[in-house]
Design a protein around this ligand. Structure first.
Ligand code: ZN
Ligand code: ZN
Ligand code: FE
Length: 754
């Protein structure tokens, strides 16, 4: 009777993998054991050849959906005498053990079936879950992941649930959030004055009726409060926009079914797989014009963020409302999502007509993740539910590092024992709530992983809330603080994620980041290796009249650029009122409140304003986004010229380009062709900078590369010129990955000086 040792690597912890192994061992009648290992799961089995074969096939084929097997190694080992059963062995608190915090998972097909079957114990029960699905990170208080350390501790199991929970052959064996209508949480429908309207099924029915008549519903979802409204009703959408003070920014839409989703969006096979995956992210899809979802959901936007119901409660609501619903974070513009009932009533009371709540506490906000698929496969734009805080292997040998990230789309990162744990998307740190969430998340991650950081890392910007917190903590803990330049961190994040350990050229293009020379950087070419970075190219700097205000008004970027290049504001004057003009002029003349920038984001804004596509900005990135949409599908392959100034860097001067754009505008060329030639020029710029640096591996990062057209053109041109091009996959290309990059830079420094 052969005995096999089986090492499984991948995402196999916290996803019901060991109970699954136990079950197939039972089915195939093998003895032995299974246990968690730092990097996966270790199994030993013993039995007749046919049984072992059956076990191995089942291991591969029947694995739980959320599990991802990266590698299976099987070797034959000596037989063991007197073994009579198969066991789940405790992991043992070996010093190598790297705990992992499981992520929240969408409802699995088996639970969905139970919910839909009349007569089942959990028929229409909105908190149905099992070992393969349901809440995790959003309800965990501490590790090890056990019911008493979750927000389900206040719900003692009824005899039926206890039977399932303790039976190794049951799908709910050790499913910590397991619940049923007898022992679990229940719904309540409450008015925005706090008065209870109804409970249980009646609450659900009341909520459905409210959505159908166009009311705004605040829903206590899986990872916090969400705002829901009928996505087919212009009136309902406008009500939400007005109350949420969100004028044009696109909303994500949840569809009752894949069929309905496909009616509104073009969905490839791969996209369909991602939509239905346990992570169930929002996916940016090509929208079918004139379908069911109203234009006001995402005005003038050819894409739609679409997703499927992932919590049982969403399934019930969507199915019964039987229409696509806007499903957006329950917050005021840039604040974090509300998770507590009282806080939600206070902050969302003016926005929502009704609240559908329940008594299962949400312990931390976990937003919906956002992904997209292009010709090179899927990538993550916002990493939260389903992904955070799963660890990512990073090859670096240094003491524990904690990095606090940037200022917008913030995350924090803990780099320890060869793995990086990056928090969920925390949002912007402008508000007090944002800063509090940052502090809480620091405490959270350190407690989960029981780590005392030996090194702290943060941005170079002196005024970021994250920088200030890092300074405070460094003094408190008496550990060194490494300040990492923003764009250096962008490039380092991609190197950390993809395991690039060669020098790379990072083309890091975004809105802004504090530069080492006191200017605002953002159109950069940096050569990065383990030791640090060297700036080899940047855009010619130009003044931003009004500083921060320029970020909100793209006409100001255009004005600063025109002033820098031609000392004239003539062509942009019409975009200001007569009373605004002298102020603008004197600001530029005297250099008052006009920081200088090499920002690519601001160059996008400037061109967007010059072409008249967008002179003011409604939401972050809107001017640039509309320039991208204008250029999409244009067949003209032209590109505007660049001038280069050879200094210690290759400085790209847009003077000839802007002159050509103004000529094209005068001759009446369409803004779409101009937008397209501008994108073409940026692809040329990438090749010019890469050729000058003469480095084979080129990393593309920074918020500008959320622009799918730009990413495609730059990649194509660089590849055609013989370069190897790298873009992030599992972490956002935007500031959401800054913490990972900071941690990597600090760890590499420590590794080199050790
Ligand atoms: Zn399930
Ligand atoms: Zn029960
Ligand atoms: Fe950035």
């Amino acid at each position: 009777m052969p005995r096999l040792s089986i090492q499984v690597r991948g995402v196999v912890q916290g996803v019901g993998f060991r109970p699954f192994v136990f079950r197939i061992a039972h089915v195939h009648a093998v003895t032995g054991w299974v246990r968690n290992r730092p990097d996966g799961v270790e199994i030993e089995i013993q039995g007749p050849q046919s049984s072992s074969d059956g076990f191995l096939i089942a291991l591969e084929r029947e694995r739980p959906t959320p599990a991802r097997i990266e590698h299976v190694a099987v070797s034959e080992i000596p037989e063991v005498d007197g073994e009579s059963r198969f066991e789940i062995v405790a992991s043992g608190a070996s010093s190598e053990t790297r705990p992992s915090v499981p992520a929240d998972l969408a409802i699995c097909p088996d639970c969905a079936r139970e919910m839909d079957t009349p007569g089942e114990r959990r028929y229409r029960y909105p908190f149905t879950n099992c070992t393969y699905c349901g809440p995790r990170y959003s309800i965990i208080e501490g590790l090890p992941y056990d019911r008493p350390k979750t927000s389900m501790k206040g719900f003692p199991l009824c005899p039926d649930c206890l039977k399932e929970y303790t039976n190794p052959l049951d799908r709910r064996f050790h499913a910590q959030p397991v619940a049923c209508p007898t022992c679990g949480p229940h719904l309540r429908l409450v008015g925005n004055n706090g008065a209870e309207i109804s409970t249980r099924d009646a609450a659900l029915e009341g909520a459905v009726a409210a959505l159908q008549r166009g009311d705004v519903l605040a829903l206590k979802g899986l990872g916090g409060f969400q705002l829901l409204v009928d996505a087919t009703s212009q009136e309902a959408i406008e009500k939400l926009r007005k109350r949420k003070r969100r004028e044009e920014k696109p909303f994500a839409v949840m569809f009752p079914s894949m069929e309905q989703l496909e009616g509104d969006c073009v969905v490839s096979e791969e996209e369909a797989r991602i939509l239905a995956s346990p992570e169930a992210p929002i996916l940016l899809l090509q929208r079918r014009p004139g379908a069911g979802v109203h234009e006001a959901v995402a005005p003038r936007n050819p894409r739609l963020g679409a997703f499927l119901p992932y919590a049982p409660l969403h399934r019930l609501l969507l199915k019964e409302a039987n229409r696509p619903l806007i499903c957006t974070s329950g917050n005021l513009s840039e604040e974090p999502m509300a998770i507590e009932d009282a806080d939600a009533f206070e902050r969302l009371g003016e926005i929502a007509d009704l609240f559908l709540i329940h008594d299962r506490p949400v312990l931390r906000p976990v937003d919906d993740s956002v992904m997209r698929v292009d010709e090179h496969g899927p990538s993550i734009l916002r990493r939260a539910r389903g992904f955070a805080p799963l660890a990512h292997p990073v090859a670096v040998d240094a003491p524990p590092v904690l990095a606090l990230g940037a200022h917008q789309k913030n995350t924090i990162a803990l780099l320890h024992r060869g793995q990086a744990v990056v928090s969920q998307h925390l949002g912007d740190l402008h508000s007090l709530q944002g800063t509090r969430l940052l502090e809480r998340t620091v405490r959270d991650l350190l407690a989960f992983f029981d780590v005392k950081p030996q090194i702290l890392a943060c941005d170079l910007h002196p005024d970021y809330a994250s920088t200030r917190l890092a300074e405070t903590l460094a003094a408190q803990w008496q550990v060194p603080l490494v300040k990492v330049q923003h764009h250096h961190a962008h490039v380092a994040a991609v190197m950390a994620e993809l395991g690039l350990d060669v020098p790379v050229l990072g083309l890091t293009w975004d809105g802004s980041g504090f530069g080492t020379d006191g200017t605002v950087w953002g159109g950069e070419a940096l050569v990065v290796d383990a030791r640090g970075f060297r700036r080899t190219g940047h855009l010619r700097t130009f003044p931003l009249p009004g500083g921060e205000r320029a970020v909100k008004e793209s006409r100001r970027s255009a004005s600063g650029l025109l002033w820098e290049l031609f000392h004239s504001l003539e062509v942009i004057e019409a975009r200001y009122t007569p009373s605004e003009r002298p102020l603008l002029q004197s600001m530029l003349e005297r250099g008052l409140n006009t920081p200088r920038t090499s920002s690519m984001g601001r160059l996008f804004d400037a061109v967007s304003a010059l072409t008249g596509i967008r002179t003011m900005r409604g939401f972050e990135g809107q001017a640039a986004m509309e320039l991208e949409f204008a250029a999409e599908g244009v067949t003209d392959s032209g590109a505007y010229p660049w001038d280069f100034l050879e200094e210690e860097c290759l400085v790209a001067d847009p003077a000839s380009m802007i002159r050509a754009i103004l000529e094209d505008l005068r001759s009446g060329l369409s803004a779409r062709i101009i937008a397209n030639r501008f994108h073409g020029a940026l692809a040329d710029l990438a090749v010019a900078w890469a050729s000058r640096a003469q480095i084979e591996n080129v990393v593309l990062c920074g918020g500008c590369f959320q622009n799918a057209l730009l990413a495609r053109l730059v990649r194509e041109r660089l590849v055609a010129a013989g370069f190897r091009v790298h873009l992030p996959i599992s972490f956002p290309v935007n500031d959401g990955a800054i913490s990972l990059g900071q941690a990597w830079v600090a760890a590499k420094q420590a590794e080199l000086t050790a």
